[in-house]
Every structure is written in C-alpha cells, then in structure tokens.
Write a protein that binds this ligand. Structure first.
Ligand SMILES: NC(=O)c1ccc[n+]([C@@H]2O[C@H](COP(=O)([O-])OP(=O)(O)OC[C@H]3O[C@@H](n4cnc5c(N)ncnc54)[C@H](O)[C@@H]3O)[C@@H](O)[C@H]2O)c1
Length: 248
C-alpha cells in the first residue's frame, strides 16, 4: 500500500448519488476526481464542499461513454491527482420509460453505453496501474431494477444486468491481483432528477420496502466507501443491495 492518499474517480459526481459518494470518499481520506458531463457549476460546488470540509478534490468534464474522452479524462486525473486507486462507475443519462413495442435499438444501446461500455472503457484505463500497485477497487453502481425486472424500463434493466455480469466476470479474472470488483445496487433514492415524482408514488414505493422507508444517498455512499476500503479486501464479485431489503 502506497503512503500517498488514495485517488478515487467517481463518474457523474456533480449531483445525486455520485456527489454523495465523492463526498464520502473524500471524508475517508481519498483525493477525489469529480467527473461531470455538462453541469460544471454543480461539480465545482461538490469540489468546494469537499475542500471546505478539509478534503481534496478536483472537477473533470468528460462524457464517460466516449472512448477518446475517457482516455483524456484518465490522463487529466493522473496528472492532477495521481494514479487512480478507486473507480466508481456511477454516471447515468436519462432513463426514459419505453414499452417493449416502442423501444428502438438505439434506446437499448444508449443504456448499454452508460452501464456496460463506459465501465469497460474506464476499467481499461485504470487497471494497468491498479495491477502494478497490487491494489485497486472498482465499484459499479447498479440498480435493484435488474432484480425487480421493472416494467417499461427493459433497456435500463438489461444494461444494469450487463453491468452485474461484467462485475462478476472481472472479479474472477482479477481475483489474484489485489483488485476487487463489486456492485452496489440502490433502491429508489430520490435525487435532483426525481423532483417530479409525486409524493404518492414515493409513499407507495416506501410501503413495499421491508424497512418501510426510502433510502438516502449517504446510505448508498457508505456501502461504496466500505467496498473501497482495506476493510473489504476479501470481498469481490458481489452485489450489495442498499434498499431496505426490497429485493431480499
Ligand atoms: N437515484 C436512484 O433512485 C437510483 C436507484 C438505483 C440506481 N441508481 C443508479 O445510481 C447512479 C446515479 O444515479 P442518480 O440518481 O444519482 O443520477 P443523477 O441523474 O442524479 O446523476 C447523474 C450524473 O451523471 C452525470 N452524467 C450524465 N451523463 C454523463 C456522461 N455522458 N458522462 C459523465 N457524466 C454524465 C450527470 O452530470 C450527473 O452528475 C446511476 O447509475 C443510477 O442508475 C440510482
């Protein structure tokens, strides 16, 4: 283990779960790369909050579904903060509800770009350094939707399933390298993009959860920081549902 602070790259960290994950990893001592696609002001605010709390972070714009941009992102993070020890594949674009008869091939591919292509591109950038150092953590942010088979969301559900498949296969491939690969599967956690979801829908969901409530972004972030730590050294290829038991 190197004496320098660990470096974590969190994709889509300008808001929502990614912002909470970046903040929690920084509080745990990591220097955090806050990736975002468009909302520079929000990413800067996440960095400022981390710095105000005594942590270290910097914002990096990149479309993480684009191969050339992922390569440049990785170079920029290494130059600014150092080699990446912890990768959190979190970014998501819109998740439109589209029934099977209306679903276009492109709708399907868009979700796969976020949850299969992007994690692959990112992992290929960070893995050589992780292997060399004999220590690394890849944490994928999946979803309970794969277990639930959420209707009207088959593209999203299928892509989240692909993300779990990558996690399991990579965990076996990398088993002896010191690099672990795990997936955190949140339940419904209202973030900025859920402002239009009516209270009645939130309440209906919460009533179906064994623990009887919605989760918080901080609760998801706590699972990620655990998986990213030395404490989770013997834990790989796992899917950890942070959803109050909704898929038990
Ligand atoms: N919030 C939930 O209820 C919930 C439930 C289950 C799973 N998840 C998963 O958690 C993750 C985060 O979800 P969220 O609700 O916080 O989303 P969000 O919409 O609040 O945040 C998405 C982030 O991704 C960024 N982004 C969008 N396109 C990008 C691109 N091309 N390149 C880089 N960044 C990009 C956005 O700027 C933003 O920072 C996703 O993988 C999502 O599927 C969320």
């Amino acid at each position: 283990m190197s004496p320098r602070a660990r470096v974590a790259l969190v994709t889509g960290a300008s808001r929502g779960l990614g912002a909470a994950i970046a903040t929690a990893l920084a509080a745990d001592g990591a220097a955090v790369a806050v990736n975002y696609a468009r909302d520079a002001a929000s990413a800067d605010a996440v960095v400022a909050a981390i710095e105000a709390a005594g942590g270290r972070a910097a914002a990096f714009r990149a479309d993480v579904t684009d191969e050339a941009e992922v390569t440049s992102l990785h170079q920029a993070v290494v130059a600014a903060l150092g080699e990446v020890d912890v990768l959190v594949a979190n970014a998501t674009g819109p998740q439109p509800e589209i029934g099977v008869e209306s679903l276009r091939v492109d709708d399907l591919l868009t979700q796969f770009r976020f949850f299969a292509v992007s994690p692959l591109l990112l992992a290929q950038q960070v893995l050589p350094g992780m292997r060399r150092r004999g220590w690394g953590r890849i944490v994928q942010i999946g979803s309970e939707a794969f277990e639930l088979g959420t209707p009207g969301s088959s593209a999203y559900v299928a892509a989240k399933g692909a993300q779990l498949g990558l996690t399991r296969s990579w965990a076996r491939e990398l088993g002896g390298t010191g690099v672990t690969v795990n997936l955190v599967a949140p339940g419904f956690v209202p973030t900025e993009r859920h402002v239009g979801v009516p209270d009645a829908d939130r309440d209906r969901y919460a009533r179906g959860v064994p623990m009887g409530r919605l989760g918080t972004a901080d609760e998801v972030a706590a699972a990620v920081t655990y998986l990213a730590s030395d404490r989770a050294a013997f834990l790989t290829g796992q899917r950890i549902a942070v959803n109050g038991g909704n898929t038990l």
